[in-house]
Design a protein around this ligand. Structure first.
Ligand SMILES: [Zn+2]
Length: 96
């Protein structure tokens, strides 16, 4: 069975919350999506909610935007964050 979650290479970025260094993003929708401006993401290290800006740089998600999400999307994000928090931080590349 093939993996439905496609990982896209991105320019290297540091998580604005924990400093984790990453260079990819995985589509959690199973639709083989690639990152585009305003897409949301979750830091795989600290579970911070992130978003892609217009240059596809990773930035902290706009709190106002999070409040406007549909309950369905909000639940999916919360579930992903719970999973990452249960596992605990990876901490590779952390500046701390
Ligand atoms: Zn982080």
């Amino acid at each position: 069975m093939s993996n439905p979650f496609r990982t896209s290479r991105t320019p290297s970025w540091f998580c604005p919350y924990c400093g984790y260094l990453a260079d990819s993003a995985t589509d959690a929708t199973g639709t083989h999506a690639v990152p585009k401006p305003d897409d949301l993401s979750i830091c795989i290290n600290c579970a911070g909610v992130l978003m892609f800006d217009y240059d596809l740089n990773i930035v902290a998600a706009d709190e106002k935007l999070l409040d406007e999400l549909s309950p369905h999307i909000r639940r999916a994000i919360d579930e992903g964050r719970r999973h990452i928090r249960r596992r605990g931080p990876i901490d590779r590349g952390s500046k701390h």
